[in-house]
Design a protein around this ligand. Sequence first.
Ligand code: THU
Length: 135
Amino acid sequence: MSDQKKTYPLVVAAQQARKHAQARYSHFEVGAALETKDGKVYSGCNVESSSYGLTICAERVALTKAISEGENQFTRIAIVGPNNEFCPPCGACRQLLFDYAPDLEVITSNGSETQVHPLKDLLPFAFEETKLKRS
Ligand code: THU
């Protein structure tokens, strides 16, 4: 993990996306920005449902937007939450991101400092598609 003062444009994109968050139940607004290998950025925000379990996280919105546009190579994702606190991705998002981008770097910011974690460090002993192969 590295901890830096450096400003990442990807964090700024996540902060922008966070403005669109629909978090009327938790009031916990999250923004994410996912960068492709070609440098394109797909953003996402959390979208909550009155049927709480249908809520989708910002990271998964960003990922599914990108995949639905034909993208399949990703380098980094930035995530920002409320209260100037680091917002690490939830377990479900770690799994889905890992399925499509195991070498992803995860960037979080508390508004003044930035942490960078390899996704692999955030999901040790991960379940992955090789486990689905029949012997
Ligand atoms: N949330 C995210 O968008 N990303 C995460 O990684 C953690 C949680 C959202 C889901 C829900 O709308 C709210 O934050 C509170 O859990």
